[in-house]
Design a protein around this ligand. Structure first.
Ligand code: MRU
Length: 365
């Protein structure tokens, strides 16, 4: 089957090999990795070969398919599911997609039918995520159109953090989807790309995506956003999220909260784009309840880049400098202007979110 070049994950023709873009190598090298075991799936998620909330969800779902192919019985399959879910704690998509796929697989006796059921469910989730991102693009583009009209066609300056593009999702992206739609409609857009230390998903991935789509963009250091907002150089912020509570608190890549504070102080609208799989319907208070992943401090001490034609890591701090690596932070709902979802745009409060998603909110205990 011909692969879609704007998808970061697909199934090989054998139906049992999961192929992914190795995002650690971008933008310098486009390398495809094959995942054929649960351990490889877990490693790919932990090491961020694949990353971004919707994508780790779909990768985990395919992990259940691989687990079903080897697990001795249903108990063993459940144990594998628990291992996959533990690979990264903050993005709720992972646990959600693994649970969905596990429950589809468990409807069948162990064997080929169980594997087929998991494959089908993982594929269904992937297609649904792609479609949801397409719809997010259409809804979010309306916001960009409004700003463009108010500026009489002058470029709309959008700031984004981390990578919430097609690399992080299955297609289109969340935060980038409205930008791509507006760009295709001929609206002038310009994106301020936060580099997003420590792993530089903005500099490496968002800049790469936008460049390939020919969307005007400028890379900035993480601390530049406040200055740009004070000088009227940002019309709106659009970011993605790894987990948003039923009351609208938003967990996203570390540094998002500081952007929201600066946006609030400067009356810059701050939007969060997300598919329904990123809502945690069980949680209200994000600050105390969303688990924040802490990663290897070496990711802070070192930076990776191209040196002499090879991808190298270099030490930027003193050798044994103590470092802390909190991967996410929580932006309280009060700092968020709106949530852009596949069903439309709402304010980040429990009643409005439940109004858009009565079917999901009803099921929350
Ligand atoms: O650590 P990462 O790269 O997985 O973090 C990703 C983000 O923070 C994204 O903004 C988030 O997953 C939304 S992606 C649509």
């Amino acid at each position: 089957m011909k692969r879609n070049p704007k998808r970061p994950i697909w199934l090989a023709d054998d139906g049992l090999t999961v192929e992914v873009i190795d995002q650690r190598q971008l933008p310098h090298k486009l390398e495809i990795l094959q995942l054929t075991t649960v351990d490889q799936v877990i490693e790919a998620i932990v090491e961020m070969v694949v990353r971004g909330a919707p994508l780790i969800g779909v990768t985990g779902a395919y992990g259940i398919m691989l687990a079903a192919a080897t697990a001795a019985d249903k108990a063993a399959l459940k144990t594998e599911a628990a291992r996959i879910k533990a690979a990264r704690p903050t993005a709720v998509n992972l646990a959600w997609a693994v649970e969905q796929t596990l429950s589809a697989a468990l409807q069948h006796p162990q064997g080929a039918r169980q594997v087929a059921a998991a494959r089908e469910e993982a594929g269904r989730i992937a297609e649904q995520e792609a479609e949801n991102c397409r719809l997010i693009g259409l809804h979010g583009a309306r916001l960009i159109q409004q700003v463009s009209r108010a500026k009489e066609g002058a470029a709309v300056n959008i700031l984004t953090h981390c990578n919430a593009g097609w690399l992080a999702c299955i297609e289109y992206g969340t935060a980038t989807a409205p930008i791509y739609v507006a760009h295709q409609q001929g609206i002038k857009v310009h994106v301020w790309v936060d580099e997003t230390r420590p792993l530089n998903q903005g500099a490496r991935l968002t800049a790469w995506e936008l460049g390939r789509q020919k969307v005007a963009h400028t890379l900035i250091v993480d601390n530049a956003g406040g200055h740009l907002m004070q000088h009227g150089m940002v019309d709106m912020v659009i970011v993605g999220t790894d987990r948003t509570t039923a009351a609208g608190d938003v967990a996203n890549k570390i540094g998002t909260y500081l952007k929201a504070l600066a946006a609030h102080d400067n009356h810059v609208p701050f939007y969060v784009a997300l598919p329904s799989s990123t809502f945690d319907w069980q949680l209200q208070d994000g600050l105390s309840r969303i688990p924040i992943e802490e990663r290897d401090p070496d990711e802070v001490r070192f930076v990776q880049g191209l040196a002499g034609g090879r991808i190298e890591k270099v030490l930027v701090s003193p050798q044994d400098c103590p470092a802390a690596n909190f991967a996410f932070d929580v932006t309280p709902a009060r700092l968020v202007t709106g949530l852009i979802t596949e069903r439309g745009i709402c304010r980040p409060d429990a009643a409005e979110i439940a109004g858009l998603f009565p079917d999901k909110a009803d099921r929350a205990s």
